[in-house]
Design a protein around this ligand. Structure first.
Ligand SMILES: *[C@@H]1O[C@H](CO)[C@@H](O)[C@H](O)[C@H]1NC(C)=O
Ligand SMILES: *[C@@H]1O[C@H](CO)[C@@H](O)[C@H](O)[C@H]1NC(C)=O
Length: 484
């Protein structure tokens, strides 16, 4: 080590981050790029597809250079069936050539390539070749297994799936280092693939944090007109909203500005956020059914004389005690193929106490929404049973408790009754909603205690620390091994 400055990693001082996907929708690879630049002093080249904008922290960092590849066009439906298999073979071939061109020619030679898996074909072989041609090392960041994702659409017994698995294992073993997202995956890689990987948990970066009252109010002003648009006719949200489109509102659905103070309204709806990529592996109908059940069960509590004097609050009297239930507003964020199908279903529900809105928020507004909500719902089930939903990590970063679908390794993340709850059916989710929002907003102790658990978890664990402790030592070891 020379001088008191931290030793530079690698002789070129460059790293390349490779994703065969939309960089704007690959947060973990964006965080890698930020950490490589800020914590390891690398110049970073990102090679990926465009589509959505990455976080402004990535765009504004002078040491991060984004190189966007042209996307392979979707196969037109009108294409004769006979030509389809040909296209399926042609696609990875073209992707492979495109990747090689970018990795070997377009970007300056790096010390290390860090590549996201999946997709494995043709990414792993392209990065392997590039690392050989450019005298660099390569590290695979295992987010999941590509072959299990493929098996979702083709079935476990498909020959393609077996081929894909062979490829993934063969090239996976050639990497000079490996990172993965759970202990369960680390174990699988070690036992069945002969790959020694370091666990790097997803952790929220700094911008996922609870929102201040001011930030909440401003966010609700920005999305005000959107909240005002119901699916189908009026619903319990659009009914109660003040119909002005101005950005300089003093009153939103949730907040009220009185001179310089902002207060949360007593009869505000409970705000529940779920983000989804609207793909077949997330069964969104669980959430819709739970919403219908909440609506019906609250209706069933009501007696003739238990009007609360507020058309948006409902009262249950049991054992001589009174409990109120709020309206629920579900905001569903995300883009994806099945969105319209579900929007059509939502339109037909006709609920009195529950409303849905779908939106796509900017990378800056999304953390604010999480930081302003009362509960997060996660419908992620893993194709391999070995990865964890990053959206839940983000929710905890914002101090948001979570109800998540239960599966094998989810408890590495969600600690039941500490920072969240698990469910396996829509009925269970409906029970949890009733239990958590009974007495909302002031007398819901179960929700408050989960919230404290989430806040605690969110404030102790951060991406930069996790990266410093687990990824940086691995990268520096692998890179320095190559310069000897
Ligand atoms: C908001 O309140 C301020 C005073 O507190 C008032 O001057 C302003 O006109 C109000 N804006 C709207 C849109 O009502
Ligand atoms: C990286 O892996 C390749 C293939 O396994 C190997 O040939 C090369 O020596 C490794 N480099 C380092 C620095 O370990």
């Amino acid at each position: 080590m020379d001088g008191n400055k931290e030793a530079k990693i690698g002789r070129r001082g460059r790293a390349a981050v490779v994703v065969l996907g939309d960089i704007g929708r690959s947060p973990r690879m964006q965080y890698h790029a930020l950490s490589l630049a800020l914590q390891a002093g690398f110049e970073v080249d990102i090679v990926a597809y465009g589509g959505s904008d990455p976080h402004s922290a990535v765009l504004e960092n002078q040491s991060i250079h984004i190189h966007k590849m042209t996307q392979w066009p979707t196969i037109p439906r009108s294409l004769p069936k006979i030509l389809r298999p040909l296209m399926l073979l042609l696609k990875p071939l073209i992707q492979f050539l495109m990747l090689l061109w970018f990795l070997c020619v377009k970007i300056p030679a790096p010390d290390v390539f860090i590549v996201q898996n999946p997709p494995s074909v043709p990414t792993l072989v392209a990065v392997k070749w590039a690392s050989w041609l450019r005298h660099a090392v390569f590290i695979i960041d295992w987010h999941n297994f590509g072959y299990t994702l493929l098996a979702l659409s083709l079935g476990r017994s498909s020959l393609f799936v077996a081929l894909y698995r062979w490829f993934e294992k063969h090239y996976g073993k050639m990497a000079n280092g490996s990172l993965c997202v759970t202990r369960a995956m680390q174990h699988e890689l070690q036992q069945n693939w002969g790959i020694k990987a370091t666990v790097l948990y997803d952790q929220p970066p700094e911008f996922f944090r609870p929102a201040s009252l001011e930030e909440k109010h401003e966010l609700f002003c920005r999305i005000h007109s959107h909240l005002n648009q119901p699916y189908g006719s009026q619903d319990c949200i659009s009914n109660g909203i003040i119909a002005v489109g101005s950005l300089d509102l003093n009153e939103t659905l949730f907040t009220h500005r009185v001179s310089n103070d902002i207060i949360l309204k007593q009869n505000r709806p409970a705000l529940i956020v779920s983000s989804t990529s609207w793909t077949p592996d997330e069964d969104f109908s669980i959430l819709l059914e739970a919403a219908v059940m909440y609506d019906r069960r609250v209706a069933a509590f009501l007696n003739e004389d238990d009007s609360t004097g507020d058309e948006f609050v409902w009262k249950e009297i049991s054992d001589g005690k009174q409990f109120v239930y709020p309206r629920l507003l579900f905001i569903i964020t995300g883009k994806g193929p099945e969105k319209e199908k579900y929007e059509e279903k939502i339109r037909k529900l006709h609920l009195k106490r529950v409303a849905f809105r779908t939106m796509w928020l900017s990378a800056e507004d999304y953390p604010l929404l999480l930081g302003s909500a009362d509960l997060g719902v996660c419908l992620h089930t893993s194709s391999s049973g070995l990865d964890l939903p990053m959206k839940v990590v983000d929710m905890f970063g914002c101090g948001l408790p979570v109800c998540a679908v239960s599966y094998s390794c989810i408890e590495e993340l969600v600690k039941v009754e500490k920072n969240g709850l698990l469910f396996s059916s829509s009925s269970e989710l409906a029970d949890e909603l009733l239990m958590l929002f009974k007495g909302f907003p002031n007398e819901c102790n179960a929700l408050k205690s989960l919230r404290n658990g989430a806040l605690e978890m969110g404030s102790s664990a951060r991406w930069a620390i996790e990266w410093e402790e687990n990824a940086k030592p691995l990268i520096s070891r692998v890179v320095s091994g190559s310069s000897k």
